[in-house]
Structure formats: structure tokens, C-alpha cells
Design a protein around this ligand. Structure first.
Ligand code: PLP
Length: 259
């Protein structure tokens, strides 16, 4: 049976991040992809110029139309933009369960443009974290969710991951890309286990959409793998994509990670 994966996220018309990256990733990993769009952006590899949030009513309409017709195996949640959208997505997933929920706690684009209003962070923490099978924060996002300083070493990373777990999600993938070290370890933290994963850093400026791609890959893989296998395969997929990112050579700014 083909995995049916849904992304609830924002649109990136340049194709490197957001809904577009998620659908490409679902396809590449053999899942059938569908989307509910939460926000439109006007952006290129040079940054985000404008954002238009979709109304909660229309987000509900998109979701309900799909849910009534198609059995969804997994969902990845990306850019949510504001508190009303967070509340809407919470309501939808609470009343219409989906077996695997990957929450990518998207807050700011690499170029610095906000993709989530600051007053929506509390709603993500209180409403969506408890529904998630796994959350995938980078270090600034983990710090914002916990309202503390950003982790500067691996001990602090593990500590913060455990605090996030206590907020109600089933697992946390703490992404160490922002650590000032040669390696960029990630930590997969569950109630039974802490697993350290390292992957070599690949030197490229073309990293647009890496977070979106990873969380979408996990959503594509979770229905047919255990959690650890899904994470390892998703990381391998992302590493493969990043290592070829410079061959793409798209745009003048931070180019996309994969086709
Ligand atoms: N645009 C959209 C719609 C996104 O969802 C995201 C990330 O989640 C981005 C842009 C930012 O991508 P990056 O920070 O990799 O540039």
C-alpha cells in the first residue's frame, strides 16, 4: 500500500522550501503527497518579500475536503504563520486523527524573514506539541519553545530536548546544525532512549529548505518504519540531497537543496 502523506504548510514559489519541497520529498521517497496550504509567500533564493496568511476557514475547507475522501497515513506540519492558524490546525488534527504527526517548528526563514508571529509560539507549545509523534526543532526554535537561551553544547541540547519531551510530544529530534562545532550532531530523544546521530557537515551555501525536506522525509517514512529507522533514512536522504545541491545552481541567493 502506498503511503499517503499530507503537508500542512506554506507555499514557496521558488520551489526550494515549504509545500513544494515537501511534495518533491514525498515523491522521491515513494509516498503519495497532498497539501493543505496555510500561507502564500513571495520569495526566491534571495529571500521572502511578502507573506499572505490563508484564512482559517479556507484551511479547514482544504483539510476537510481531503479528510472525507482519503485515508491519510502521516502529516507534516510546517509554516503556520499566526495563532489563529495554529489553533485551526490543532482543532483539525484533534478531531480528525492522523496516525503519524511530524511537527516542524518553523519560525524564521534563513534570510531572517519571520514565518511565525512571536505570539503564536505559545500556541504551538501548548496545542500542537502534545499531538506530535515527533518535533524537529533546530536550536533557536528549541530555545524559543522553552523560553530560554539557545543551547551551546551537546549537554544543553540533550537537556532541552528532554524538557521539550515533557511538554507532551512522543519524540524530539534536536537538530544540532547551529552548534559551533565541526560535527553537527542531532539527538533523537524519546521516553526510553537518547540517540546521538552525526553526519559530516557539507560545505554549501545551497541549504534553502533543508528543514522542510527533513521533516517531510520523516513523514514519508514513518508509516512503514520504526521511529529510529525513519529518522536515519530521512537524514541519509537529506545528506544525499545537500551533497548534490551545488550541481543545481539555481538563483543568485541561497539555492534549493534538491530537485
Ligand atoms: N518558506 C516556507 C514556505 C517555509 O515553510 C520555509 C521553511 O520552513 C522557508 C521558506 C524557509 O526555508 P529556509 O529557512 O530553509 O530558507
Amino acid at each position: 500500500m502506498t503511503t499517503i502523506a499530507l503537508t500542512i504548510a506554506g507555499s514557496d514559489p521558488s520551489g526550494g522550501a515549504g509545500i513544494q519541497a515537501d511534495l518533491k520529498t514525498f515523491s522521491a521517497l515513494g509516498a503519495y503527497g497532498m497539501s493543505v496550504i496555510t500561507a502564500l509567500t513571495a520569495q526566491s533564493t534571495q529571500g521572502v518579500d511578502a507573506v499572505l496568511a490563508i484564512s482559517p476557514e479556507f484551511i479547514e475547507a482544504q483539510f476537510n475536503t481531503l479528510y472525507q475522501d482519503i485515508k491519510i497515513d502521516s502529516v507534516k506540519i510546517g509554516m503556520l504563520m499566526n495563532k489563529e492558524i495554529v489553533t485551526t490546525v490543532h482543532h483539525l488534527l484533534k478531531t480528525n486523527p492522523i496516525p503519524a504527526i511530524v511537527l516542524d517548528t518553523v519560525m524564521v526563514a534563513k534570510g531572517g524573514h519571520p514565518l511565525l508571529k512571536s505570539d503564536a509560539v505559545t500556541a504551538i507549545r501548548e496545542l500542537l506539541l502534545p499531538l506530535a509523534t515527533i518535533i524537529t526543532p533546530n536550536l533557536p526554535e528549541a530555545a524559543a519553545l522553552l523560553d530560554c537561551d539557545e543551547a551551546k553544547n551537546e549537554d544543553e541540547m540533550q537537556n532541552q530536548g528532554q524538557k521539550l519531551l515533557k511538554l507532551g510530544c512522543k519524540a524530539v529530534l534536536m537538530k544540532g546544525g547551529h552548534l559551533p562545532s565541526k560535527e553537527s550532531p542531532d539527538y533523537l530523544i524519546t521516553h526510553n532512549n537518547i540517540i546521538r546521530m552525526t553526519f559530516p557537515r557539507i560545505q554549501t551555501k545551497n541549504t534553502h529548505g533543508t528543514g522542510c525536506t527533513l521533516s517531510a522525509a520523516i513523514a514519508a517514512l514513518l508509516p512503514k518504519n520504526n521511529l529510529e529507522e525513519a529518522i536515519v533514512q530521512a537524514k541519509n536522504y537529506l545528506q544525499g540531497a545537500i551533497s548534490h545541491a551545488d550541481d543545481l545552481n539555481i538563483g543568485k541567493g541561497i539555492g534549493p537543496t534538491h530537485h
